[in-house]
Design a protein around this ligand. Structure first.
Ligand SMILES: NC(=O)c1ccc[n+]([C@@H]2O[C@H](COP(=O)([O-])OP(=O)(O)OC[C@H]3O[C@@H](n4cnc5c(N)ncnc54)[C@H](O)[C@@H]3O)[C@@H](O)[C@H]2O)c1
Ligand SMILES: O=C(O)C[C@H](O)C(=O)O
Length: 364
């Protein structure tokens, strides 16, 4: 009899565990469908990157196909009508994931409650302007927007600066928003990373998704160092080194590097406008991988605050190879750096130090 009861108890216990598991699974899938929307801010949303970026966000390219979003768009007063036109188009496109749109020229309204801030707005260089003039205008824009983000955004807001000079604008934002965790402030070098993948794929006649682990070191400028020393291509025979497959070190150390460094300029020359669709798509890739995670054994390039890794001075926002997991990035450690790379990594760090002193001198 005792034995029967214990068998019966065991059956009931297994039944209860199974039922609880089914209930949890059901609630989980329900929660997944009914996820709370995340609020994404796009500054400079009346501009050309903004116009390419907001529909990508609304379609789920940034945060995934099950994540509802509310988009806040900020621009300046002279562009208020254009901005409103973008809002009208977002409504007309009837995106299922889009749960709300705010189009405003008020920085406080724009920053209110944002979870992700993509900072595209800025003052481009115009005829007759010196580099110093652009640096000074953008430095004051980023100082003011830092304070608004600090006061009104969600405390764990993740920030991506796209507007040039991207690394230095991000640095200013970090300095003037000290209560935002510094790991949450980044800048876009994913476009350069994707450009490097694209060049290797063209050269080897392989699909771009089979190439991985290129690195962009440093500044989003013509001193950036696109490095393929650790990059691989996925083949039927496993992962092969890009260096071995290309078999032309001279090309990798000259033409490949300058093509990636100068790609932005080449696009401006061809389009008479700077890159927009590729910049918007890369901004989505940056946030997507940061929030959702990088694939196994794969890194990407992000402009992040230097912690001294690879001898890069702390106090700069510098592009490193990173992996992301659970919403956190970490710099890939232990990569072998040869003399050629060392020189290039230091040259781009030097330029960032100069940009930093120029920008901060404008704010004094
Ligand atoms: N990091 C990268 O990879 C990368 C790539 C391409 C372009 N960019 C940079 O991105 C920026 C935007 O490029 P774009 O082609 O969209 O330029 P754009 O001139 O078309 O748009 C910029 C927008 O910013 C707005 N703006 C200016 N000051 C503002 C402020 N204080 N607050 C809010 N909005 C403001 C302008 O009114 C304009 O609508 C430029 O600085 C460009 O150099 C960076
Ligand atoms: O706007 C630019 O100067 C170029 C842009 O940063 C790009 O890389 O395409």
């Amino acid at each position: 009899m005792d034995q029967f009861l214990s068998v019966e108890k065991a059956v009931v216990l297994v039944g209860c565990v199974y039922l609880s598991w089914r209930i949890i699974k059901h609630i989980w899938s329900f929660l997944d469908v009914e996820k709370e929307p995340l609020t994404v801010l796009v500054t400079g949303a009346a501009g050309q990157i903004g116009y390419a970026l907001v529909p990508m966000i609304a379609r789920g390219a940034m945060l995934g196909p099950n994540q509802p979003v509310i988009i806040h768009m900020l621009d300046i007063e002279p562009n208020a009508e254009v901005l409103n036109g973008v809002k009208m188009e977002l409504i007309d496109a009837a995106f299922p994931l889009l749960k709300g749109v705010v189009a405003t020229t008020d920085v406080v309204e724009a920053c209110n409650g944002v979870n992700i801030a993509v900072m595209v707005g800025g003052s481009p260089r115009k005829e007759g302007m010196e580099r110093k003039d652009v640096a000074s205008r953008n430095a004051s824009i980023y100082k003011a927007q830092a304070s608004a983000l600090e006061q009104y955004a969600a405390p764990d807001c993740k920030v991506l600066v796209v507007a040039n000079p991207a690394n230095t604008n991000a640095l200013i934002l970090k300095e003037f928003a000290p209560s935002i965790p510094e790991k949450n402030i980044t800048c876009l070098t994913r476009l350069d990373h994707n450009r490097a993948l694209g060049q290797i794929s063209e050269r080897l006649n392989v699909h771009v998704s089979d190439v991985k682990n290129v690195i962009i070191w440093g500044n989003h400028s013509s001193t950036q160092y696109p490095d393929v020393n650790h990059a691989t291509v996925s083949t039927n025979a496993g992962q092969k080194s890009v260096k071995e497959l290309v078999g032309d070190d001279k090309w990798l150390k000259t033409e490949f590097i300058t093509t990636v460094q100068q790609r932005g300029t080449a696009i401006i020359k061809a389009r008479k406008l700077s890159s927009a669709l590729s910049a918007a798509s890369s901004a989505c890739d940056h946030i997507h991988d940061w929030v959702i995670g990088t694939p196994k054994d794969t890194w990407v390039s992000m402009g992040v605050p230097s912690d001294g890794s690879y001898g890069i001075p702390p106090g700069l926002i510098y592009s490193f190879p990173v992996t992301c997991e659970k919403g956190e990035w970490s710099i890939v450690q232990g990569l072998k750096i040869d003399e050629f790379s060392r020189e290039k990594m230091d040259a781009t760090a030097k330029e960032l130090m100069e940009e930093k002193s120029l920008a901060f001198s404008c704010l004094n």
